[in-house]
Design a protein around this ligand. Structure first.
Ligand code: PLP
Length: 490
């Protein structure tokens, strides 16, 4: 036991340390919040790559004794300032990683202070109410009728995993939870476009369905799943004794080009073939708040299940995803029934025990940040911001199309742009390598963050216009930076 920790008058030093820390940290936190934002706006977007050997910086033995809170505060704030990628910078344009709103940050701080466990309504009545309201508002946004079934998750990947588990339980019936695959004998098949996010593969692997049972259907020139090939693939499997078609996964905002499948047509195909329709709307679901959203989103709510990520275009801090289902019983039948020693009844009509709708037992109060964000800004302000991002994407599309040095690699229907530096003077077989090198150099110089894509064998860069701080002049800077790097051979 530590030499320094003592028990005095029944009160441990550990408890009194909390009181001292709180007094100190409260005053420091506000200052750090402001300084970090300032640094994000004007400093490097990406830390000096050559300095990143964090395993060495933090490589020390397990501390046996306490450290000074004051010293730790300055150490940790320095590490965050120097070694984080600044997602709040207007030049951060990579992946689908938007900045967080300040209200979302505040909500996370309150969540930690209250430290609620939103497993059972008896344990966290208000946490349960925040999450239930958040789920019902998300239903309204996506236009899903039903009984507001759903749950907040760590993100889209976990939500996709849950959706596949729910569809599997639906297809294999009530014995599946006890007998597993023993009764079925057939391989369950999943159909999706070849642009679908890899979390669907991960889910099939984790659930024991096998990634070979994901049937990847080619896309058309708009990067939408080809419907005739989808129907053919399902019919072929229906005629094969080895297979049982399970689910179609549609996309509302693909991982690469943010393309939208024809969701209305997918609904009809699912009905005709008696398969489950799941839609990955992690990225594109919130576009429904905008005036100029892609037309296929009209049918989004007709899916049996869908995912949507508040940590994407609702701009709440990581992490927060959501799975929405038309019938809550599909969730409780999949995840409930194994409560064991935890026998908490539901408190009252509408108060669900979220622990029985997913895998997690101990759960944080994610509902607060979704609830508080939607209350603070309202659906209209989100819609206007998403409209602005959609139009910003069109602005960049125009700039790239009119510049002979650049080539778009896909359609621009949402807020993602895939493009490459043409490298007109470079041999064709070197252009892929050149684009990788340009992207790496852009990161190295720290001016902007874009990610790398490969579309039909063509390597290029991707900009995700999901940043509420980005303005048209930042796009000009980005194009200038890429040109400077590509031409200057940095
Ligand atoms: C279309 C799509 N689906 C799923 C995911 C996975 O979501 P998460 O990163 O929240 O797990 C992403 C991530 O960007 C995505 O773009």
């Amino acid at each position: 036991m530590s030499q320094n920790l003592k028990i005095q008058g029944g009160r441990s030093d550990f408890a009194s340390m909390q009181d001292r820390d709180r007094d100190l940290l409260m005053s420091h936190l506000a200052a750090f919040w402001g300084e970090y934002r300032e640094h994000s706006a004007h400093g490097r977007v990406v830390p000096f790559q050559s300095q990143i050997s964090l395993s060495n910086i933090l490589n020390e033995d397990l501390p046996q004794e306490e450290s000074s809170a004051e010293e730790l505060f300055s150490q940790v704030t320095r590490l965050l300032r120097d070694y984080t990628v600044k997602t709040a910078s207007p030049m951060f344009l990579g992946y689908v990683t938007p900045p967080a709103t300040e209200m979302g940050v505040f909500a996370d701080a309150l969540t930690s202070i209250a430290n609620q466990n939103v497993s059972f309504a008896t344990l966290s009545p208000i946490g349960t109410a925040f999450e239930s309201t958040a789920i019902s508002w998300l239903h309204e946004i996506v236009g899903m009728a039903g009984d507001n079934g759903g749950i907040l998750t760590s993100g889209g990947s976990e939500a996709n995993l849950y959706a596949m588990a729910v569809a599997r339980r639906w297809a294999l019936g009530s014995d599946f939870n006890t007998l597993g695959y023993a009764g079925s004998g057939k391989q369950l098949r999943i159909y999706c476009s070849d642009e679908t996010h890899h979390s669907i593969d991960k889910a099939a692997m984790v659930l024991g369905l096998g990634s070979n049972n994901i049937v990847r259907i080619p896309v058309d020139k708009y990067h939408r799943i080809k419907l005739d090939l989808l129907v053919k693939a399902i019919r072929r499997d229906q005629d094969d004794v080895r297979y049982q078609p399970l689910m179609i996964v549609g996309n509302a905002g693909t991982r690469m080009c943010c393309a939208f499948d024809d969701l209305g047509a997918l609904r009809s195909i699912a009905d005709d073939t008696k398969t489950w329709l799941h839609v990955d709307a992690a990225y594109g679901g919130f576009f429904r708040l905008a005036n100029s959203y892609p037309k296929h989103l009209n049918s989004l709510g007709d899916a049996d299940s869908l995912i949507i990520d508040p940590h994407k275009l609702l701009f709440v801090p990581y992490d927060c995803g959501a799975l929405l289902v038309r019938r809550r019983s599909d969730l409780s039948e999949c995840f409930g029934g194994a409560e064991g020693e935890y026998l908490e009844p539901t408190l009252s009509e509408g108060m669900v025990n979220f622990a029985n709708l997913g895998v997690q037992l101990g759960r944080s109060m994610r509902g607060l940040k979704v609830w508080l964000s939607l209350k603070r800004f309202g659906a209209n302000a989100y819609g206007m911001e998403i409209d602005r991002l959609l139009s910003l994407a069109q602005t960049l599309k125009g700039i790239l199309e009119s510049d002979k040095d650049f080539q778009l690699l896909g359609p621009v229907e949402g807020t993602a742009l895939c493009f490459r530096w043409r490298g007109l003077s470079a041999p064709v077989d070197r252009v892929n390598g050149l684009n990788s090198a340009v992207r790496r150099a852009v990161l190295q110089r720290g001016v902007a963050f874009v990610d790398e894509v490969s579309i039909k064998g063509k390597v290029g860069m991707r900009v995700c216009m999901t940043n509420f701080r980005t303005r048209p002049e930042h796009l000009g800077r980005l194009v200038q930076e890429i040109r400077a790097v590509a031409k200057g051979g940095h």
